[in-house]
Design a protein around this ligand. Structure first.
Ligand SMILES: [Zn+2]
Ligand SMILES: [Zn+2]
Length: 371
């Protein structure tokens, strides 16, 4: 396919640039309000997970630099400098879709993506629902939230599969009970009593456990606060489609800046709790201590995918509050302001209530020391 043809996809009726519609799952003309099928999409193409070690060897040692792409708007002809680490966006002059992903300098290209399922209007609805369920939100927020602009973004994520062999040494603890005698003084006389106490006897333990991991997700860049991005789960990867530029049209596509290797280091942290749980269950007993762990990572495979989300920020009292909406499930994650006035009011009313209760309680009781 010709590079220009991919970037330029005019409506057959009116010539306006088509964009992907989350509602129809097809291309859509805003002007004619008509859908057009995505051509040349083979849904049966397998999204291949590549060998990690082989890819690392091919990449060499050079760290990937941030990338800037100059793209040409097929609609108005403007030359657009895309934001850092962005390979598709909307034209800043005419708002038409620009897909320049072929110009990306990144060695690894996304193998698949989850197409947008939730459009901007629905994202706004989910965001408002989320706002309504927050406590102690300043009242002015609700007004401000109605006029917000959302940006539809495909964010890069690494997925990792791997098998681990973990050799460990540790200790197995077994409980036993002993009877302990002790003395108390009752009415000036010493009495001997006894109670049962739990003790732990430790035995050395060692062994090897195996774990398997599939599709551990690691964010491919730091465009948004990581705690928000990580909380947008779950993602249903069964919806993954092979990469096709038509899915991107009208949205921003960001490239990765977290390297394949750094991403895997993050995946290792995700694996740790499962590995430790396997070791503890292998040690057995009532309680376990893990001494040394030697983890061998084998058969590591990866792929790069794009996940859809709506991103926005609202400003309140000169502070920015970013929030994200998972464009597959509608899940919302965001930072939020707290209303100092509302919290103060609540504390004051609670104090008032306590004071009132105390007053009535003390007034009615004829406690002698008060008189
Ligand atoms: Zn049209
Ligand atoms: Zn333009």
């Amino acid at each position: 396919m010709n590079m220009n043809k991919q970037q330029h996809k005019p409506c057959p009726n009116c010539g306006q640039e088509l964009e992907f519609s989350a509602l129809s799952g097809q291309l859509f003309c805003q002007h004619c309000q008509q859908n057009f099928a995505i051509s040349g999409l083979d849904e049966n193409v397998e999204i291949i997970e590549k060998d990690y070690q082989k890819q690392l060897a091919e990449l060499g040692v050079g760290a990937e630099q941030d990338e800037r792409i100059v793209a040409h708007c097929a609609n108005c002809g403007a030359e657009i400098l895309l934001p850092e680490n962005t390979v598709a966006d909307r034209c800043s002059y005419c708002d038409s879709p620009i897909v320049a992903s072929e110009k990306s300098q990144r060695v690894i290209r996304p193998a698949g993506l989850i197409p947008f399922k939730i459009n901007q209007q629905q994202a706004g609805f989910f965001f408002n629902q989320w706002l309504k369920s927050r406590w102690f939100l300043p009242g002015a927020i609700h007004q401000e939230a109605k006029t917000r602009a959302f940006q539809g973004v495909y964010l890069p994520y690494w997925t990792y599969d791997c098998r681990t062999l973990s050799e460990y040494t540790g200790q197995r603890g077994e409980y036993y009970y002993v009877t302990v005698h002790y003395t108390v003084r009752v009415n000036g006389r010493t009495q001997t009593r006894s109670r049962s106490e739990r003790r732990t006897r430790w035995y050395p333990a060692a062994g090897i456990v195996q774990n398997r991991f599939n599709d551990l997700l690691v964010a491919g860049n730091n465009s948004y606060p990581q705690e928000l991005q990580n909380a947008l789960t779950p993602w249903y990867l069964t919806d993954l489609k092979p990469y096709h530029p038509d899915f991107i049209r009208g949205f921003q596509e960001q490239s990765y800046s977290t390297s394949l290797e750094t991403g895997f280091a993050e995946a290792k942290i995700q694996m740790l709790p499962s590995i430790e749980a396997a070791i503890r269950s292998d040690i057995g007993g009532d309680v376990q201590r893990i001494g040394n762990m030697d983890i061998d990572y084998r058969e590591i495979r990866f792929k790069l995918i794009l996940l859809p989300l709506w991103a926005s920020t609202f400003h309140f009292h000169a502070k920015a509050y970013p929030f994200l909406v998972n464009a597959q499930t509608g899940e919302v994650q965001g930072k939020r302001p707290w209303s100092a006035a509302k919290i103060t009011m609540l504390i004051l009313s609670l104090l008032l209530l306590i004071a009132a209760l105390l007053y009535f309680f003390l007034k009615d009781s004829s406690t002698p020391f008060l008189q």
